[in-house]
Design a protein around this ligand. Structure first.
Ligand SMILES: N[C@@H](CCC(=O)N[C@@H](CS)C(=O)NCC(=O)O)C(=O)O
Length: 213
C-alpha cells in the first residue's frame, strides 16, 4: 500500500495526521502544499481535497480528507496502538474531547477565516490575533474543566496511552504558543502534552522536524 500525505509543516490538522501515522509506524511519503503561497486553492489540490485544505492522505492514489476521518481510517487499517476505543462510551468521550479542538477551536482560527475577517471587516493583525487567542482560550478552558473533572487517570488525556484527543491537543497547544496564549492555567492539558512530547512519534511529527529547508 502506497501512502502519501499532502501536508504543510505548520498546519495543525496535518500535524495530527503525522502523529497518528508515526504512532502506528506507518511508512509514508509527504508532498508539501505551501499554504502561504496559496497552493491549497490550486486546481491540483482541489482535485483531491475539494475544500482546498490540507491534509489529504493518498492511499494507492485514492484521496482521504478531513484529519479525524483520516485518523479513523488509520485506526481501522492499522489498529495498533488504538487511538479510538471500541467501547461505545469511551469512544464518545474521546471524540468529544477531540472535537472541542477540531470542531470548535481550530476552524474558527483557520487561515481562510482570518483572511475573511480582514477582507470583510477590515480586521488588522492585532484584531485577528485577538480573535485567534479568544477561541483558543474559550476551548482550552472548557477542555481543562472536562479533563480535570475526570482527573486521576492521566498522564495522557486518553489515560495511560495517547488517544485521538491527545493527537488533537498537542498541535493545538503548539498553535496557542505561537500566539502567546498563557498556558499555565491548564495544568491537566500541559501534563498530557508533556507525556506526549516524550514519545518519539510525537517528536518526529513536530513542525520544526518536518519544516522544508
Ligand atoms: N476539518 C479539516 C480542516 C483542515 C484545515 O483547516 N486545514 C488548514 C490547515 S490546518 C488549511 O488547509 N487551511 C487553508 C486555508 O485556510 O486556506 C481537517 O481536519 O482536515
Amino acid at each position: 500500500m502506497k501512502i502519501v500525505l499532502h501536508d504543510y509543516w505548520r498546519s495543525s490538522a496535518s500535524y495530527r495526521v503525522r502523529i497518528a501515522l508515526n504512532l502506528k509506524r506507518v511508512e509514508y511519503e509527504t508532498a508539501p502544499i505551501n499554504l502561504l503561497e496559496g497552493a491549497q486553492a490550486s486546481a491540483e489540490n482541489r482535485a483531491v481535497n475539494p475544500q482546498g485544505f490540507v491534509p489529504t492522505l493518498l492511499v494507492d492514489g485514492e484521496p482521504l480528507v478531513q484529519s479525524l476521518a483520516i485518523i479513523d481510517w488509520l485506526d481501522a487499517i492499522f489498529p495498533d496502538p488504538p487511538l479510538i476505543s471500541k467501547d461505545a462510551f469511551a469512544r464518545s468521550v474521546q471524540l468529544a474531547r477531540a472535537l472541542v479542538i477540531a470542531a470548535d477551536i481550530h476552524p474558527l482560527d483557520n487561515l481562510r477565516v482570518l483572511k475573511r475577517l480582514e477582507s470583510q471587516f477590515g480586521a488588522d493583525q492585532a484584531a485577528r490575533d485577538n480573535w485567534y487567542r479568544h477561541w483558543i482560550v474559550e476551548g482550552l478552558t472548557a477542555l481543562e474543566m472536562v479533563v480535570g473533572a475526570g482527573a486521576g487517570a492521566g498522564p495522557f488525556l486518553g489515560g495511560d496511552a495517547p488517544d485521538i484527543s491527545d493527537v488533537c491537543l498537542v498541535p493545538q497547544l503548539y498553535n496557542a504558543r505561537r500566539f502567546n496564549v498563557p498556558l499555565d492555567v491548564y495544568p491537566n492539558l500541559i501534563a498530557a502534552e508533556s507525556a506526549a512530547s516524550a514519545l518519539p512519534a510525537f517528536q518526529a511529527a513536530h513542525p520544526d522536524r518536518v519544516r522544508p529547508g
